[in-house]
Design a protein around this ligand. Structure first.
Ligand SMILES: *[C@@H]1O[C@H](CO)[C@@H](O)[C@H](O)[C@H]1NC(C)=O
Ligand SMILES: *[C@@H]1O[C@H](CO)[C@@H](O)[C@H](O)[C@H]1NC(C)=O
Ligand SMILES: *[C@@H]1O[C@H](CO)[C@@H](O)[C@H](O)[C@H]1NC(C)=O
Ligand SMILES: *[C@@H]1O[C@H](CO)[C@@H](O)[C@H](O)[C@H]1NC(C)=O
Length: 392
């Protein structure tokens, strides 16, 4: 046997801590022919839990205060939508911190310009996207092979692309090719054994329209095939950060004068209808649905409205049980309820008119900031209600 040479020392120093770090859980290999949520429950977002625990004591009503404490334990996704968020994911889930029976949820949203008809539209270059988002995220996931990850890929662009397909705007053609190239790179790179991937498919109110279902499926197929049909893609994510109901019938917007051409009146119908189209074009189509803020219905003015909807409530807690649709894997909480979607302050440079609409909660702080009153409203309007022990 060769003696240890000095050149081997740096190598050993590198290997020992890594081996030591993931001794806690054996390497994860997710079989995407199965519903992985049956055995793994969604890990909590440690930053959100901290926000919730800080919010609790500010609540006057003692029952509501107890309800808030329940929310601190609920599984919630991590959002990777700016460079500093990625470091935050690493600190939260690195070094085997996550118990073996959990799955870490990540929403990858590195494509910045998601509305091609907006004057603020700009292209996210593939090189930037790779360097700032996908490669660092894939590194973190690769360094934690004993931890399972579920990644929702790029909410936002798909609906905008499909809605504007016949606009002939150069910016919309740019968004389409940016989305396709960037998201394909993402799913090809994140196609690791400890990852299950869900392509964001918008919600019933956008892609669910009769005239959009086939086009939406074809866009997802183009991206999936460009990426080389990665094995870890399980299907689609629906209703991310949105408010649609799972099974309300007639749906909130099934009134004919509102949407005569849309039969995807709830997300259960949407998954079924889009699933049929995806099957035709060879794309996996099991689904997860965000139920973080869909507990209360009937508050939106228009189906398109997405910003801090007034009257909303927390929805079903994350679960893989009792969904009643084979295509549906799990209800998840992708959005961290209480974190603002955008500011209602018209003088802010980041003001979006959707956040000033009649159905938007006011005042609301900048996107990503905590809104205590909104959080309390979500608690009060939660359905099912948040159970608390009334004993003491
Ligand atoms: C994945 O699950 C399917 C369905 O249960 C099974 O047929 C297949 O053998 C599994 N693959 C691996 C690699 O375990
Ligand atoms: C869940 O775990 C059990 C026991 O380890 C295993 O038999 C089963 O295949 C797993 N199910 C899924 C969907 O992974
Ligand atoms: C996109 O931007 C246009 C122009 O500002 C606006 O009318 C439209 O409502 C926006 N779409 C979304 C989904 O925000
Ligand atoms: C990234 O987003 C978080 C919240 O989502 C925010 O607190 C932080 O300031 C952002 N950082 C940058 C560099 O934009």
């Amino acid at each position: 046997m060769k003696p240890l040479t000095t050149t081997m020392i740096p190598f050993l120093l590198l290997v020992i801590p890594i081996v030591g770090a993931f001794a806690a859980c054996p390497p994860v290999s997710l079989n995407t022919s199965t519903n992985v949520w049956k055995n793994l429950s969604l890990y909590h977002n440690v930053y959100y839990s901290e926000q919730v625990l800080a919010a609790g004591p500010k609540i006057q009503d003692p029952v509501l205060q107890k309800k808030a404490l329940q929310i601190a334990d609920v599984g919630v996704f991590y959002w990777v939508n700016n460079v500093s968020n990625i470091q935050a994911v690493e600190s939260a889930v690195g070094n085997s911190k996550v118990p073996c029976d959990r799955i870490v949820g990540v929403v990858l949203q590195g494509i910045e310009g998601r509305n091609c008809t907006s004057p603020r539209f700009k292209v996210t270059a593939v090189e930037t996207y790779k360097r700032e988002f996908v490669d660092p995220l894939s590194k973190i996931i690769g360094q934690n092979p004993g931890t399972a990850f579920a990644v929702i890929v790029e909410p936002g662009p798909l609906g905008n692309i499909v809605v504007n397909l016949d606009s002939n705007l150069p910016s919309c053609a740019e968004l389409r090719s940016t989305y396709r190239g960037n998201a394909a790179y993402a799913i090809r790179t994140l196609n690791l054994p400890n990852v299950v991937l869900y392509l964001d498919a918008g919600h019933g109110g956008t892609i669910g329209l009769d005239k959009h279902l086939k086009l939406g499926a074809e866009e997802l197929a183009a991206l999936y095939k460009l990426a080389g049909s990665p094995s870890q893609v399980r299907g689609i994510a629906v209703n991310t950060a949105n408010y649609n109901s799972w099974d309300l019938s007639p749906g909130e917007f099934s009134n004919p004068w509102k949407k005569p051409e849309n039969f995807a009146i709830n997300e259960q119908r949407f998954i079924t209808m889009l699933g049929k189209e995806l099957a035709k074009v060879g794309v996996p189509h099991h689904a997860i649905m965000d139920t973080s803020r869909n507990g209360a219905q009937g508050w939106r003015y228009e189906w398109e409205d997405w910003c801090n909807i007034y009257g909303a409530g927390f929805g079903r807690r994350p679960t893989a049980e009792g969904l009643g649709l084979e295509l549906a894997d799990a209800f998840v909480w992708a959005k961290a309820g209480g974190v603002s979607d955008g500011t209602s302050d018209e003088s802010s440079p980041s003001y979006d008119p959707f956040c000033g609409k009649v159905d938007a909660f006011k005042p609301s702080p900048e996107a990503g900031e905590w809104n205590q009153e909104y959080f309390e409203m979500l608690l009060e309007n939660a359905r099912p209600e948040i159970e608390v022990d009334h004993g003491n």
